[in-house]
Design a protein around this ligand. Sequence first.
Ligand SMILES: Nc1ncnc2c1ncn2[C@@H]1O[C@H](COP(=O)(O)OP(=O)(O)OP(=O)(O)O)[C@@H](O)[C@H]1O
Length: 315
Amino acid sequence: MTTSRPGPVPEHPVELRAVTRRYGQGTQSVTALDAVTLTFAAGTMTAVMGPSGSGKSTLLHCAAGIDRPSEGEVLIGGTALGALDENALTVLRRERVGFVFQAFNLVAALTAAQNVELPLRLAGRRAAPGQVGEALRRVGLADRAAHRPGELSGGQQQRVALARALITRPTVLFADEPTGALDTHTSHTVLRMLRGLVDADGDVLGTDAPGGGVLGGDVRGGAVPGGEARADGEGDGEGAGAGDGARTGRRGGQTVVMVTHDPAAAAYADRVVLLADGRGVDELPGGRGAEAIAARMAALEERHRGAHAQSAVAS
Ligand SMILES: Nc1ncnc2c1ncn2[C@@H]1O[C@H](COP(=O)(O)OP(=O)(O)OP(=O)(O)O)[C@@H](O)[C@H]1O
């Protein structure tokens, strides 16, 4: 079974409408998300931040159709997920959602090329000639196609995971702490790639645009102000922030939603959504820089601690 991709990407590829997610029942019940309404605009990168337990992963899982809300509705590419049975939801996820995890989640026994092709195989499809090689080239790993994950660095593994997430040309790419297991230099390389995807016009893997170098350009550096490139592709991006796309709200590239604890990672986003106790409590536009984001997060955590201390005293 396949779902055909809708024609043009809608203005908001992902919408959450009053999404509540409760775990457990009765007195043990935890409200991980509390009537969250959010839209993610096409061709933008959103960072989701918040204190531990604030509902970030739950939000990502509900938005990606990995978890089902207790109440409310999630729409991907205009399709309401609540109306889909498990099979249809699996197909929609496979075809329209890309996911990158902190732990890379590559299959250890498969080569980089086989890992990248896996989503197509699972969908009963084969890659077009050159498609996998092109995807690897775009993440700067053309020469590593035959290597297994254990033979690659963490940053290289995450780049393979990125190529794998994008091989189906998803409507939206979700990333859960994509740089959480990487050192600072490598993190910025991966973040520049994510930013490059968003700032790209059109086909992010460039199979329709030979030599477009959407990701390859970022490996060589320069897409993000302050990000100095290194010849080995493990660029030094300290001090980097969101690129031109962040400020202009340029549309046409990949839509990315990323959970992160790291203000430096969030600085690549067009928008930072702050969660606390399962609710969206604050937002920052892009281009503010890591320090401003860190300050806002610190203030939020302070309020959060204060509110929890008060409720502990009251009970
Ligand atoms: N399967 C589950 N069963 C019960 N409670 C859960 C479950 N998953 C999450 N929770 C609870 O829901 C709340 C939100 O969890 P979630 O993992 O979304 O938070 P988070 O912001 O991603 O946290 P962290 O930053 O620590 O990863 C927490 O109180 C958590 O304990």
